[in-house]
Design a protein around this ligand. Structure first.
Ligand code: A2P
Length: 341
């Protein structure tokens, strides 16, 4: 097929900017690239691959000659634009939570369930960043020894919230170090020099929506409707990369050595696990990389069939933009683009 036309909605955002960089890095073949942002950015220009491209309004017509639409703006924007873009013939890859649990929409991590793209109706969702890195580490183990239960505590970077949160961490840190009184706007509390066990709204059962995503998305991606997941999602004053302490209970006993080998053999996962030499995954090392890093792999001393581990990944890359481009690559490879018109 001819090189696809691509529309990026949210091109100025934390994920959108990384997405444009990865398009270049992976040499994803693009015929025409069009960039959209909010009305306040219309008319500004962004440099991509040496070209200065204008930011355009997200009119329905912009999707008319698009083969792929990548949308990463807000859940409200996705709710409105995803059906419009899909109906006009673009294959939509959506970064929001709006359609992830829709039974008509595949939720895909290409290393795990690429075959789900086969039943697409012009839309694929990408999972929440904290879910993606966890299932990347756990899926190879689950295939060998089905997982019954996961307890996960996350340490999530502010870039997951977006550009404003990154600016807020910078401003608050500067203000505190200067002895000032930092302004609090994006989060309910100060994030600089703080740790906040609150990501997204609290639900009836006491978990947050982010924590519920880790349960429902894990089940959908891994085709494992019985897995139990208890998550505590925590925002930490880190710019890039989410870290997770993961405790897993398997059906049968699992040796740490076996877990290490299975994860090391899985594409996109790198085991960094030599604690005596101070070697374990770190947020600063994972930043700007596409892989998921796993270490501190050990027997869970509280559970007969349990393994504990530490999982780190760049939330804007594999957690969002890289996964999205991998989906587009898979759609092209499987020749799943519907003929236009
Ligand atoms: P803008 O930069 O013009 O506000 P982040 O996640 O970093 O906060 O980025 C959100 C992205 O979504 C930005 O690119 C933002 O554009 C874009 N955006 C926000 N509202 C809309 C909208 N109504 N239509 C298209 N893009 C939008």
């Amino acid at each position: 097929m001819a090189n696809p036309n691509v529309v990026v909605v949210g091109a100025t955002g934390a994920v959108g900017r990384v997405f444009l960089r990865i398009l270049e890095q992976r040499h994803f073949p693009v015929n025409r690239l069009r960039l959209c942002a909010s009305p306040r950015s219309i008319g500004k220009r962004i440099k991509v691959n040496g070209d200065e491209l204008p930011l355009e309004a997200t009119t329905p017509e912009i999707f008319d000659d698009a083969d792929f639409a990548f949308i990463s703006a807000s859940t409200a924007v996705s709710r409105e634009l995803v059906p419009v873009a899909a109906q006009r013939g673009a294959f939509v890859i959506d970064d929001s939570s709006a359609y992830r649990m829709d039974p008509k929409v595949p939720l895909v991590v290409p290393e795990i369930n690429p075959e789900d793209l086969e039943w697409h109706r012009n839309i694929s969702a990408i999972p929440n960043c904290s879910t993606t890195q966890m299932v990347m580490a756990l899926y190879p183990l689950h295939k060998a020894n089905p997982i019954k239960r996961i307890i996960v505590d996350t340490y999530q970077a502010v870039s997951g919230t977006g550009t404003l949160a990154m600016e807020e961490l910078r401003e608050q840190s500067r203000s505190l170090l200067d002895g000032g009184a930092p302004k609090v706007a994006v989060y309910p509390h100060r994030i600089a020099f703080n740790v906040m066990p609150h990501i997204e709204p609290f639900m009836e059962d006491g978990y947050t929506r982010e924590e519920q995503k880790m349960l429902y998305e894990t089940r959908k991606i891994m085709h494992a409707p019985d897995i139990a997941v208890s998550a505590t999602c925590v925002r930490v004053p880190v710019y890039l990369s989410h870290s997770e302490a993961v405790h897993v209970e398997f059906t049968e006993p699992m040796e740490p050595e076996e877990a290490r080998d299975l994860m090391a053999a899985f594409p996109g996962v790198i085991v960094v696990d030599d604690p005596k030499k101070n070697q374990y995954p770190l947020a600063i090392d994972a930043a700007d990389k596409d892989e998921v890093f796993v270490g501190r792999i050990r027997k869970d001393s509280s559970c007969a069939n349990g393994i504990a581990m530490w999982v780190v990944s760049d939330n804007l890359r594999k957690g969002a933009a890289t996964n999205a481009i991998q989906i587009a690559e898979e759609v092209v490879k499987r020749e799943l683009l519907r003929p236009r018109g």
